[in-house]
Every structure is written in C-alpha cells, then in structure tokens.
Design a binder for this molecule. Sequence first.
Ligand code: HEM
Length: 482
Amino acid sequence: MTLASHDISTFAVLSTICAALYALLHGLKNLRRAAGLKITKSLPPGPVGLPIFGCFPFLTNYPELTLDHWAKKFGPLYSMWLGDQLFVVVSDPQIVKDLVITNGAIFSSRKEMFMKSQIIFARRGITATPYDETWRKHRRLAAGFLSTKAVATYLPGLELEVNELIRQIYIKGEAGLSPINPAPHAGRTSLNNILTIAFGIRTDSIDHPLVGHWLMLSREFMNCTGPVSNMVDFVPFLRRFPNWTMVNRGKKLHRGLVDTCSGLIKDIDARMNRGEEVHDCMAKYLLSVKEQENLDDLDIVFICCAFMIGGVETTAAIKQWFAAHIPAYPDIQARAQAELDRVVGRDRLPTFEDEKSLPYVRAIIKWTMHYDPARYPDPEKFNPDRYLNDKYSNAESANLSDPMERDHWMFGAGRRICPGIPLAEQEIFLAVSHLLWAFNMHQLPDEPIDLKEYDGLSGRSPVPFRIKMIPRDEHVKEVLGL
Ligand code: HEM
C-alpha cells in the first residue's frame, strides 16, 4: 500500500517535470508565433506575464480585484495573456457599447472554452457557444420562456415560492427564537422557480434530495468554470494528461448535469407517452418540437441546463447578499419597512404590482446588485439613496442609449445579454420585499458577517452565515396562515 502510493507520487512528480518541460517548449513556440504575427505591437498596454502561464498566476482567488487594479494602472482598455490566450479587458461603458452593442455583429461570439464548453456543456448550453446557427436556435427557444410576457404568466408560481420562503424561515427559525442560515432557503426558492418553468415540478422542502444535489452541481459548475479555476483552459498541453484533476472534475460534472436533467426529461417523455397530464413546461415543449427544430437529446438537456445553471445560483446569491448586508443597517431596514407598511399595509404580502410604488426597496435591490466608484464616491458604503431617482427596471436600463446612464452591467450587454433579466428582476424583488415585510433581520453578536470574503470562484455568494430573523408583528403569522 505504502509502495503503491509512493509509486504514484513518483509518477506524479515525473509527469509534472515532463509536463513543465513540454510546456516551456510549447509556450516559447506560441510566443514566437505571437511575435511572428506582429500582434503584440498593436495591442493596448497591459501587465507582463510569466512564460507559459502569462498573467494567470497573478489573478489570485479574487481576480476582479486584480483586474480592477490593472484597469487603474493601464486604463479602461488593456491587454494580457492568460496562458496561450490573449485577453483585452474593457472597463469603460462607452467602449463596451462601441464594441459589443454598436459592433455586435463582430463581438458576439464566445470562445469554446475547453472546460466550460467542450467538456461540461458538450458544445451546447447557449452561454458558452460561438455566435452561430446553433446559438441562434437555442437562444430563440429559451427566450420564448423568458420574455416579459412569459414571465407574467409565472407570477402566481413565483409568489407561491416566495410565500413558502418566508413560511419556512418563520418555522425553521422558530418565530425568531433560533438563528437561521438563509442559504438553503434562498437556493430552494430559486431552484423551485426554475424547476417549475423547465420541468413543471417543484421540491417540497430544503431536505428534498434534489435541492442539495442541484445546489452542489451549480456550485461545482461555478468553481470549475470560474476565471481562475482551471489552468487547462489556458495551458493546452495539460489536456494531454487525461487524469488531470480539473479535467476529471469537468467530466464528472458533465455526467452529473446530463444524468439529472435527462432523468427529469425522460420522466416527462414517459408520462406524455402514457397519455398522462404533464404541466406545461420548457422540457415538454422542446420534446414536442424535437424533430421540427432538429434537436438531439443533448440539445434538449443543455437548453434545460442553461436555465438550471443560469437561473439558480445567480438569483440565490443576490438573495443571500441581501440577507448578509441588511442586518448591519437597521435604519435602512426600518426606512424600507416604513415604505412597505405605507404602500402594502400589514394585512397582505407585497406583490409585483407594488414594485413601482416602492422606490426605496427598488433602490436597495439595485445597490445590492452593483456599485460603481466612477459614479458614486464611497461606493462600498451601503447607500441605496444613490439609486432612488433611477426609475428604470434592469431590462429598461440595459436598453438606454447613453451607456453612462445604465444602472449596472451585471447582466452583460449586447446580443449575448442575459435573457433571464425579467425573471431575475421579479424573483429578487419578491424575495427582498417579502423578507423586509415579514422580518427584522439582526446579526448574532458572536457571529459577525464577513462581507469581504466570499464563496465560489465565479458566481460569488457570501461565506455561510447565520442571522436572527424575527417576525415583525403578529400579522406575519396571521397572513401566512400559521
Ligand atoms: C441575478 C441573476 C442573473 C445574473 C446576474 C445573470 C448574469 C448573466 C450574464 C453576465 C450572462 C453572460 C452575458 C454574456 O455572455 O455576455 C448571462 C447569460 C445568460 N443567462 Fe443570466 N443571469 C441571471 C439570471 C438568469 C436567469 C434567471 C436565467 C434563466 C432562467 C438566465 C439565463 C441565461 C442564459 C440562457 C444566458 C446565455 C445568453 C447567451 O449567451 O446568449 N440568467 N447571464
């Protein structure tokens, strides 16, 4: 046993040395190729990287901080190499508009990244595909389920889930007596919303096996495809080692996504074939147009997966950030609650129709989503007032002709902009307004919340935390029918 593990580690060391030598030669070849193409001369300035790895090692676990530091040093348009790939980093709204909106026909493709596109999504999944006919078809099919009109029909389901969110927090938190970790509740709410739209099903508690399983897969996806999580994307010779840990993780994740989603799709197919009633949902629709749209099984799996990956961890993270921030600001909490009491009262829960009459709640949400130092002095300060006069929804703001007026860039821009904005917007409003309506949220004296640290290598969530969520009054119990 000892000998075997010794042999394995010797093999690992030897192969690492061989790999390093190969990389050195390969990297030099690439450098010569780049120099030969004379592209380095016309590039915007940027940080100088190491041979072979480029700037990859400098990105650290907090690449956004490093990228921001370089933007301050080299300007709003700079270039850098990550392994064998050249990146141009843009951090000025006007340049973003010129490139991805005005010149969208040129800048709308996405590189088929080794891990994300080739290994995990099998060259599908909408988000990781080139700008081609497959992307057009898959995006069109998905967009039909995410339009403002479609999302309006989901409202009763979204309201059911958010009511369930506060019921569960009330029950599990023993009406404010016990501290609570909001993460699994936020995760299940987001998951149920997408499960309903994609597969016509929902889970009945945070203990349902699908909740833990899917949240684990989403997190693994974020960690395998984050900008600093996999050197194999940037140093191609590493792909020659089939047992390289990241490649194995990517293959395992691919199988996990396919098994989970195809299991749900096959179940719908079988029920349809038996003539049973199946709720209207995206999987049912895709099965019905499979031949007409020339879709294969994996196409259907990964269109559904794009919703499960794009629409769960993202909205759940925003809900968690809100719950992590708000306890430290009792005056902001009280001001939002006063607004809710004025507009909604205490005898019913907020609805999406109230949204336009709740500018302060909207401003809190916009702040939770973004803060830009160029526009707001002291951007780290939780100050929703800076968004009070912003009358636009996220979707409307994304269409403003002046890019400097746009609220934030969290959903991307141009032809690849997130098609889930209307859904995300309604979900997040419902969650934030319900939580504020129902609970006073407090930090635990012995468990301060660290807002500087976060979890995950691409989708960022706060590190696990617990807070006290105390029902504001007797109306909460009554309105929830408890
Ligand atoms: C707070 C929530 C969300 C955030 C921050 C977010 C952010 C993003 C971003 C930054 C992109 C990439 C844009 C690009 O490549 O330039 C994207 C793409 C995408 N998102 Fe979202 N998203 C959210 C919610 C959702 C939801 C709820 C869904 C659907 C259920 C969704 C589905 C997609 C899809 C399918 C794409 C690929 C678009 C394409 O490449 O054409 N997202 N999202």
